[in-house]
Every structure is written in structure tokens, then in C-alpha cells.
Design a protein around this ligand. Structure first.
Ligand SMILES: [Zn+2]
Ligand SMILES: [Zn+2]
Length: 310
């Protein structure tokens, strides 16, 4: 009898210990952070991330509101890589320029966009980034199917011009579906990946605010389960290589893209609690793009960390 009790208590202690170790390991290796500033040069990004306590960051590899930018100098690249090596930041992605529309039916716009995307890839290669998050683009009234065919063609060209099979992951971001924006339905993303010549180069960045705007709720356990089940069925969860963790100022299915701070918006904390503890996404970088600057980021990051179950 005593022996059984001792064995039971040893087992209980062991499982508790395993839980503690798993929590510590996860907490230490959790890839969590924010989109950080590169004002003054890309080499400032690692320090900006460290000041917020990030283990993952997103940057703009060039000014996101201008078509052209001077190339990254070898000195700047070295400084960035040296600075990054001194930190605990384990994952860095860039976000492409807001001007790019590789789905445009206008030939000049499409070619300008594709060239700008090639430049984004070249910069990401120099900085040894894990991926480039990009919006699929807008079909401008041509319809989903035509838009998807155009963007796939542009992506093939961009990959060919930037060295083919090898290079940073190209992460298609889920969008809220404003105007004629593609990427608000999982089917759009599936069809883009199915149409490109190098599907292995592609992953998905799931933006929680955009997902909500597009009509995929995560707000309660039932919708959380069904939204990800649908994603899995249509695209496959293994394609998710990045999360943008944002609450939303706009309601479900609004097709509007207005980020809010964690717990302040209409998605609510339950979604983020589930996401922070979902073992399927344990090793996927989670990056904030919430408003309010560094102080608000720190508050949001603290809240997200507090959601991780001990
Ligand atoms: Zn984005
Ligand atoms: Zn985003």
C-alpha cells in the first residue's frame, strides 16, 4: 500500500517537474516580439528589439513608403549582423513596402512592383532574414482568379531574378480584404501557392486582426478551433511561419484593417491566451504590430507573456 502511494507521488512529482521544465524551455525559447524601428539604419533594429525584450522582430528593410532606397552598404550589413549576434533575438523577418502591388493589371505598376520585390529579396538575403512578409496585392477590379494568376506570375519572375530556389521564405500575409485586396480567403493563399513554380519558398504569416476582419473569428474556443481547422484543411498549418499578434478595432467580417492593443480590441484576450498556449504554434514567431509606440509594445508583450500557462 505504502509502496503504491510512494510510486504514485513520485510519478506526480515527475510529471510536475516535466511541466515546469517544459514551461521554462518554452518561456526561454518563445519567439515573441514586435515590429521595431530601423530609423537611422537597419543596424539599430537589434538594439531596439532588445530594449523591448524581444526574441523575434520584424523590420522594414527599406523605407516602406518609397519605391527606391539606396542599397545596403557592406558596413551597414556587417554592423547589423554583429549587433544581432549579441542579442537573444532568434528570428527576424521583414515586411515589404506598402506600395508594391504584384497583382496589378497595369503592366507598368506590376513590373515596378516586381522589381521592388526583387530588391526586398536581395536585402533580406544580405541581412540573412528568415522571411519576407508580404501582402498578395489588389486585383483592382479584375476579379480574384485573374489577380491570383497575375501575382503568381510576378512571384515567379521575382524568384527567377533573385537566384531561384534558394532564399528567404516568402510569407503571404492574410489580409482583411479591404477593397480588392487578395488574401482574405484561405482559398486565395492556397491558389497562389498552388500556382507558383517554387511552392517550397512560400509560407504564411497569419495576422490575427486581418483574420478577424476577413471573418475568421478566434474569439472563443469554438471559433478558434474551427478557423484553424479550416486553415489546416485548405492550406495546411505547417505553412504558418509567422504570426502578427494584433487585436482589432473593427468588428468581425468588417473587411477593415485597424490594429488595436492586446485586450483593448474586439477580438479579446481569450484568443491570445489560446494562441500563446497552442503547442502547434510553439516555435512560430509571434510579432506585435500594435499601436502606441514602445511603451504600449512593452505592455502588450508583458500581457502576452502572462498568458503562458505555468
Ligand atoms: Zn502586413
Ligand atoms: Zn500584419
Amino acid at each position: 500500500m505504502n509502496c503504491t502511494k510512494t510510486a504514485q507521488s513520485t510519478l506526480k512529482n515527475a510529471s510536475f517537474l516535466i511541466k515546469v521544465i517544459r514551461y521554462c524551455v518554452y518561456y526561454d525559447t518563445m519567439l515573441l516580439g514586435a515590429h521595431v524601428s530601423t530609423a537611422g539604419g537597419v543596424h539599430y533594429a537589434p538594439e531596439n528589439g532588445v530594449n523591448l525584450g524581444c526574441t523575434a522582430i520584424q523590420i522594414f528593410a527599406k523605407n516602406q513608403r518609397q519605391w527606391t532606397a539606396k542599397p545596403l552598404s557592406p558596413e551597414e550589413v556587417k554592423l547589423y549582423l554583429d549587433n544581432l549576434a549579441k542579442t537573444d533575438i532568434k528570428s527576424v523577418v521583414s515586411h515589404d513596402s506598402y506600395l508594391i502591388n504584384m497583382a496589378s493589371p497595369d503592366a507598368a505598376m506590376r513590373s515596378k512592383s516586381t522589381a521592388a520585390f526583387v530588391d526586398e529579396i536581395e536585402r533580406a538575403k544580405l541581412l540573412k532574414l528568415d522571411g519576407i512578409v508580404f501582402h498578395p496585392g489588389s486585383h483592382m477590379g479584375e476579379g480574384d482568379a485573374k489577380g491570383i494568376a497575375t501575382i503568381s506570375k510576378s512571384l515567379d519572375e521575382a524568384i527567377e531574378k533573385s537566384g531561384g530556389k534558394k532564399g528567404p521564405m516568402l510569407l503571404i500575409e492574410t489580409t482583411a480584404g479591404q477593397g480588392t485586396n487578395l488574401g482574405s480567403r484561405f482559398e486565395h493563399i492556397r491558389d497562389i501557392i498552388a500556382s507558383v513554380k517554387e511552392p517550397s519558398r512560400f509560407g504564411v504569416c497569419v495576422d490575427t486582426c486581418h483574420l478577424f476582419g476577413a471573418g475568421y473569428s478566434l474569439a472563443d474556443s469554438e471559433s478558434y478551433k474551427s478557423s484553424f481547422a479550416e486553415f489546416d484543411k485548405i492550406i495546411g498549418l505547417d505553412r504558418i511561419k509567422c504570426f502578427h499578434i494584433n487585436d482589432s478595432k473593427q468588428p468581425l467580417s468588417s473587411h477593415k484593417d485597424r490594429h488595436d492593443n492586446i485586450g483593448s480590441g474586439l477580438i479579446g484576450n481569450d484568443a491570445f491566451k489560446m494562441l500563446m498556449n497552442d503547442p502547434r504554434f510553439e516555435n512560430v514567431p509571434k510579432i506585435l504590430e500594435t499601436p502606441g509606440g514602445d511603451e504600449a509594445y512593452m505592455k502588450d508583450l508583458k500581457l502576452l507573456r502572462s498568458f503562458v500557462k505555468k
